[in-house]
Design a protein around this ligand. Sequence first.
Ligand SMILES: Nc1ncnc2c1ncn2[C@@H]1O[C@H](COP(=O)(O)OP(=O)(O)OP(=O)(O)O)[C@@H](O)[C@H]1O
Length: 801
Amino acid sequence: MATISRDAKSKEPAAKHVKAVIRTRPTADFAANYIKFDSDLKSTHIHIPRGSDGGFINNQQENWDFKFDSILHNASQEKVFDECALGIVKSVMDGYHGTIMAYGQTGAGKTFTMFVEAEFRTGATENYKHRGLIPRAISHIFKEISERPQMAFTARISYLEIYNESIVDLLISSPESAAAAAAAGEFHSDWNLNVVDDKNGMSYVKGLTMQLANNEEEALNLLFEGETNRSIAQHQLNKISTRSRVESTERVISSKLNLVDLAGSERISKTHTQGLSMKEAMYINKSLTFLEQVIIALSDKRRDHIPYRQSKLTNVLRDSLGGNCNTLMIANIWGVKEHIEETISTLRFATRMMCVANTPSVNIQYDPAAMIKKYEKEIRELKQELAMHDSLNNRSHIQYESFGETQRLELSKIVKAYLKDEIDELEIVSLRQVREYFTQFKGLYKTLEQERNDLGAAVKKSNASGIAPAGGLAGDRNLAIDEYSAARMLQDYDRDDCVGETESSGFSVGLAPTNGKDFQFRSNMKKKKFINAGNTGNAKTISTQILHGEDDDDVVYERDINSPSHQMLPALPKTSGNSNTIGHGKKAPVNRADEFENFKRGKGAEMNRILIENKASLKEKKRYAISLSTQITAHKSHIDELKVQIDSRRMTTTNASNSETIIDEEEYTLIDRLKSVKIAYREAVESLKGARGEITYIEKLVVNVRQKLMSEFEAWFEGSFGIGGGGDDNLGGNNGGMEDLMDIGEKFDRLQLEKMSQEDPDSLPFYNARKNTERRMLRVKLIILIKFTINNLKNIQKQQK
Ligand SMILES: Nc1ncnc2c1ncn2[C@@H]1O[C@H](COP(=O)(O)OP(=O)(O)OP(=O)(O)O)[C@@H](O)[C@H]1O
């Protein structure tokens, strides 16, 4: 990962090539005879003997060799994230833009890699541990934020899809209208957004919603909300999502992370198998062709025009391709024999991608208002530190603020008393006070000088006239002494060594030497003191939000598992009995609950297993959260107790006359203990936050899997027994199974929707989403965009040193 100092400061940003990583979809039919990976896990060799029954390939060529940054063969989601995304996500936190895009043919695993299979397809990927790069990146980002307390972060999320060359904002309230309009090719400024340039020449989508995400949970909510909106919209669109922005003081580092799930890359001839309309297929095909054209243009050094503006997709991705960005392409391949042609084509495209050079650099902006805020905060913190430092060094009474009139008068009295020898020493406590002394001496000196001049003039005059001056020259001996002392004092102060040595701790105000001639530091305070300026040690407010009573949910989930008929099934009327025979010789079930149990043991077994697994991990997480919550409560009451003890100790040791707090050993021990309990408290709160994020995530998965299980059951049930399970042959005798039913098309959809709206109107969106997925439109899919503005002045300064 490049460092800030190197790229931001010392020289021009270094050019980097787009990285390409190959990921294979695990399959039992892997064409190992044709596809070989070298042991370096970077090179692949494809050999298709001419004349083999795989004559589907250009029969002039038998061998293909490719080299990539890495090949992830049958790799886990965790490994893919660690090897591909982690570096880029971290560099985003340091101010670099990052893009990760998944490319490959339909079914090769792009969505699996990027997302979490939120489209309710196969249950297996809905498991938490199978979550893809996007939720992992979000999680990592917020973890990094929590580990960088010296920086201020603002994370904003946006989520969009590109469909038929329309950009649809998935975080607006009515994405379905947007998608409908997009599908109809209509233009509407609210949802057909445009890509424009900002003042730095960077592209952005004008009008795109940027929602604030304060934590992982909120970011995931937006992600799921966008996914849900997309499902409701019933269209497979290009998506751009999550954008987080982090802002703070004098330097604002702004970076974004694009996570892109591209369309299936197969050629248009294949699209008919996907149930895709020709218009959609053409748009998608065009979109990817333009992407390819851009990549070709970028890899050709002689080309000076890059056709980014030909399509929304390339325009949105402009910065990521040949711009200021760390870009990685994950080329997903499905290494079975029948897809070898698509595999070669994907590998070719990924190789071309690697020829694209980018110039990533830290994105720094300056914000004067934020700078002032930062300085104010720093000053506040330094003052607190100083106060603490003073109190630990028996240096109370120190004032760092400007002196007011009353204080100046006081000081002037002290100076006069000193000059008149009424006091022997001046107590020096701060630089500001020393300056004030100087001002006083200077003032007195000037007054005396003026008086002396006046007197001299008067004496001269009186000598000339023989009249004594009013008051007489010798009449005010004190003033004369004052004048002398002041002059001597000023001389002494002009000497370098008079102010005092620097303290060993590095505190720069300095103490007067105890053997100083005129100024002696009076160390008459033996006890440790705190300035009464609030809690200088632990100034930060600690959040006390605690998770309680989460166990209730567990009870519900338990019931779900044990009694699905109560929790998971809509309250349909039961059918009349075992012996009812319907149109095609199928038996009506006794009731849906029994059939549901059968379904869970048979066709829905895998889904049910995942549901149970997810619930178990949800339960475990909740238990963990509750134990954290208990710890937090215990820490909190411990903190309160210690505070009470400290307060009462303080009451007994406070000197009422000067309102200083004197700390004795016992109070010190209490404060020390308080500090460690607060640390433990904060740690528990942080862990709880993390656990809550995971809980939310898993809860969503549980809901999704549960809905999926139920819907599959419904479909199976209707396919097997007819609507309502009572042999109602509404489908004209063609209700022979789920696959067949799907082919009936609109008639079936209409009947099913009617039925669902009667039984459970809330489930309509889910059914719509499911239908949408089952039709398997070819997609130009997901782009996730995470944008950061990071306040890390301290870091930058450190690194630049
Ligand atoms: N690495 C993997 N491990 C386990 N299952 C996988 C993996 N990759 C893909 N799959 C499974 O293969 C199927 C197709 O994957 P996926 O939907 O992600 O493909 P895709 O490339 O996004 O296709 P499309 O372009 O249609 O969206 C899914 O059922 C998915 O769960």
